[in-house]
Design a binder for this molecule. Structure first.
Ligand SMILES: [Zn+2]
Length: 420
């Protein structure tokens, strides 16, 4: 009887557990020559066993790769065969996930009675969605919330418009949460909404001169899955079962940031439905990327800037992602990013790498930033990869949310001022 009870308790705890990463290791790998770089690209494109937290970009540029325990020894052999420079950043990924969860459980939720979120910890999609409605209700003259459409699992994807009215204003489009596990992204984008609205009086120029269209979580199904008791903290893609990739219907999810329809499927993405960078069966095959496309096109006239927030690595990236060729207005894009990052760094000394493609050999096509510029015609388009540099990776401690947000805000102000 006791054994039966024990077994059923074990079964229940197994059911109520997220995917575990016991013995998984995070390697930082730096290819030193062409052949070792190409070996890593091959691994990235063809193997579903390795999870690239930071993708290959070029010789002498480090990447972060999570390796399952069963593959560690073969991976180390590969490192030595190619004389690759490598080190282990996380000896056991599960320990890092456990520590982060324990810290969150110790953090009291101090969300105000008015708002369902604060920026002392991370909040799930339901809380963020509630926050969008609450701040709109509290500021009806400045904030309107709408849904751009429903996700595969039927969640309404919110868009918050912040505007003090008037006509002929330029607009900035912002999104977050396209990659489910990058929790700092919605945590920043919701903070940005709050800062523009609640602290309007401190800096009215950012709303008086600009209309903001802000979508804090454009991959709600994936994002919610990273919080779910039976989910996966390190899930990246959306949650639609796919039959349209190699691997058939055995795997779920498309990488939404490889699914946009501007030079789609021209490298740096995978045809394997089980890969974390699966580009989908066609450009805009996913209902969520379709909704984002339509919402952005609806404001593409006034929109002068598109900002999409990711983690991690501390990069302020300009198009193009699909090619190493630079856009004709690259100098303008680059110079503005330099000004933004100078202000950002001045806050806490956090260094960002700016750029697109200088020294970058390897591309990633189907990104939302490329489409925003090339497809929707929004001239200033940036992907911002926020903290950190891989000490915690996706498990950026909650106590870093506010410092991250405060420093990135300094960069955003520079970006916005360039349109005044
Ligand atoms: Zn990302």
């Amino acid at each position: 009887m006791k054994l039966l009870i024990l077994l059923s308790v074990l079964a229940a705890s197994a059911i109520a557990s997220q995917k575990r990463y016991d013995g998984y290791q995070l390697f930082q790998v730096t290819p030193k020559d062409q052949s070792s770089f190409e070996a890593m690209v091959q691994l990235y494109e063809q193997s579903e066993n390795y999870d690239f937290w930071i993708a290959p970009r070029g010789i002498d540029i480090a990447m972060d790769i999570m390796v399952p325990p069963a593959y560690v020894s073969v991976f180390v052999d590969l490192m030595h065969a190619y004389s690759m420079e490598y080190r282990v950043k996380m000896i056991d990924v599960q320990t890092v996930l456990d520590m982060a969860r324990e810290e969150r459980e110790r953090t009291p939720r101090v969300a105000t009675p008015r708002y369902s979120v604060d920026w002392n910890t991370y909040y799930d999609f339901n809380d963020i969605s509630a926050f969008c409605n609450e701040i709109a209700a509290a500021h009806p003259n400045m904030v309107t919330v709408s849904s751009i459409g429903r996700s595969y699992e039927n969640r309404a994807i919110p868009m918050v418009k912040i505007s003090t009215g008037g006509s002929g204003k330029k607009a900035i489009v912002v999104d977050g949460g396209i990659h489910a596990r990058e929790w700092i992204s919605p945590a920043f984008v919701t903070w940005l909404i709050n800062e523009l609205v609640e602290n309007y009086a401190a800096h009215p120029q950012y709303v008086d001169n600009i209309d903001w269209y802000i979508m804090p979580v454009i991959n709600p199904d994936g994002y919610q899955f990273t919080f779910a008791l039976t989910g996966d903290r390190l899930w990246r893609k959306n949650r639609r079962p796919n039959n349209d990739g190699i691997g058939g219907s055995s795997c779920l999810g498309t990488d939404m940031n490889r699914n946009f329809g501007f030079h789609w499927n021209e490298g740096g993405s995978s045809a394997n439905g089980c890969s974390d960078t699966f580009h989908g069966g066609a450009a805009f095959s996913e209902v969520e990327t379709q909704h984002v496309r339509d919402a952005v096109l609806a404001v593409a006239g006034p929109a002068e800037m598109y900002l999409t927030f990711h983690a991690y690595g501390q990069y302020w990236l300009t198009p193009w992602g699909y090619t190493a060729t630079l856009p004709s207005d690259y100098t303008q894009l680059y110079n503005l990013a330099v000004s933004a990052c100078n202000k950002l760094t001045a806050v806490y000394g956090t260094r960002y790498t700016i750029g697109s493609s200088t020294n970058v050999l390897y591309v990633a096509s189907g990104g939302s930033d490329d489409w925003a510029k090339g497809g929707a015609g929004i001239p200033f388009s940036y992907t911002v990869e926020m903290r950190d540099e891989g000490l915690y990776g996706f498990e950026l401690p909650a106590r870093q949310i506010l410092p991250n947000n405060l420093e990135v805000w300094e960069g955003i102000k520079v970006m916005a001022e360039s349109l005044f």
